[in-house]
Design a protein. Structure first.
Length: 297
């Protein structure tokens, strides 16, 4: 369920668990133990955030996923929200709030600072009061918590620095008011995120580009999804050695491009676009070669 009237700075609100959110968690191929660690951190905050607040070093409820674009950070956060919501569903539903960090304008002096303050002091606490569990996704957090120590005042006007201060103050205030709220943050540029913000993270997970083995699994999975629609593709979807060869051929591409590769193969010839069931290993081989040299989007 998506709510239509959204508070400022919020790009979407979902109520989880929801059936159509099941996909991302299962389809993400990550190193062993990664999902367990993420889910562990998430559940600790959602279930016991209040009780843990009395510790000398309480959790901040912040998880940061860092890594190059297309490595699945946003998708993994969305999947984690659903997986955590499922795990706590016996105790009630979860509000999943997606923040648009680019909704905080820095052009007007004082404006973004006020907007950030309102987000943490009003919007998020109000949303957190709605349901027993709340997960917030702060995508591309470097837009909101700009590293003050290295950011030049020329490229980052004073207002941006103030907005970072407001984000830190806001995070601390939210933590004491709503210690059970989980904040999932992503960044393409860890070096651009403010150190004080990062030091508040309970977990900073570095995502890397997929190696050939992971690429092969992503390709196999993408073909399996197509084969569900066009059963003639089942042999291609089941051909692990083909997936491995394709992965070696496009070695070094990110996960997003790997997913697009199968689509690019379908779009390569009008006959295939007309009837995807005609897709052949040769078609895939061709686009895998092109992907390696950066010919496809
Ligand atoms: N390790 C991976 N396993 C499976 N799919 C992946 C992986 N990395 C990226 N993808 C796919 O690439 C696409 C882009 O991922 P996204 O979450 O938007 O990346 P990011 O936020 O890091 O830029 C998604 O469709 C996702 O499923
Ligand atoms: Mg992203």
């Amino acid at each position: 369920m998506v709510e239509t009237r959204l508070p400022p700075g919020v790009s979407a609100i979902h109520v989880l668990p929801a059936d159509h959110h099941d996909g991302p968690w299962d389809t993400m191929v990550v190193p062993p133990g990664t999902k367990e660690r993420l889910l562990g951190h998430a559940l600790l905050v959602l279930r016991h955030g209040r009780a843990l607040q009395s510790l000398s070093g309480p959790p901040h409820g912040v998880i940061v996923l860092a890594g190059p674009p297309g490595t699945g950070k946003t998708t993994l956060c969305q999947g984690l929200a659903q997986a955590a919501a499922l795990a706590v569903s016996r105790r009630g539903a979860t509000t999943f709030v997606e923040i648009d960090p680019h909704a905080f304008p820095s052009e007007m002096l004082g404006e973004s600072q006020r907007a950030v303050r309102r987000l943490f002091a009003e919007t998020l606490p109000e949303l957190a009061a709605r349901r027993p569990h709340t997960v917030v996704l702060l995508d591309e957090v470097e837009a909101l918590a700009v590293r003050r120590s290295t950011a030049s005042f020329e490229t980052n006007p004073v207002d941006v620095h103030r907005a970072t201060d407001a984000a830190l103050d806001g995070l601390d205030a939210l933590r004491s008011a709503c210690p059970h709220v989980l904040m999932l943050c992503t960044t393409n540029f860890l070096a651009a995120v403010d150190e004080a913000f990062l030091s508040r993270a309970d977990l900073v997970l570095q995502m890397s580009l997929p190696d050939d083995e992971v690429l092969a699994r992503i390709l196999g999975h993408s073909l399996a999804e197509l084969a569900a629609q066009w059963p003639a593709l089942a042999p291609l979807a089941a051909d692990d050695s083909l997936h491995a060869k394709l992965a070696a051929r496009c070695s070094g591409v990110d996960g997003r491009r790997a997913r697009k590769l199968v689509l690019a193969a379908l779009a390569a010839r009008p006959e295939l676009a007309e009837d995807p069931g005609l897709l052949s290993a040769d078609d895939l081989w061709e686009v895998a070669g092109a992907a390696a040299v950066g010919d496809i989007a």
